[in-house]
Design a protein around this ligand. Sequence first.
Ligand code: SF4
Length: 129
Amino acid sequence: MGIAESLLINEQRYGYPLCPCRLSGGSREADLDIICPCDYRDPDLADYGRCYCALYVSPTVTEEQLDGPIPERRPSKEKRQAPKKENVENDIVIWRCKVCGYLCARPQPPEVCPICGASKDRFERFNPK
Ligand code: SF4
């Protein structure tokens, strides 16, 4: 509840729900990747079963696994400001939920389908012909 309350406070303070576990860069543009849910939530859920703040937690995570921090995945300010590699789009795959047909374009399928709740293993790569 503390994290959720902090998100509401940040929304009033900044005008958007800035991650309560990170510092603002001073503008919405600088903070885009850490507006909740942040860009790092899904890979952290996949690797650690929780997001950086532990607001989002995988159902398979135990109480003990919630103790202590996880590594910060967000790149340093210098790396975030560096020019993007031209082939970054190559990491993006179209995933299709085999249960409801939901499509998303991202490096990995979501842990849970946001439409029907099917688990990650119910997704397949989608190759339109
Ligand atoms: S998903 Fe978790 S780590 Fe990311 S902004 Fe929200 S509370 Fe913070």
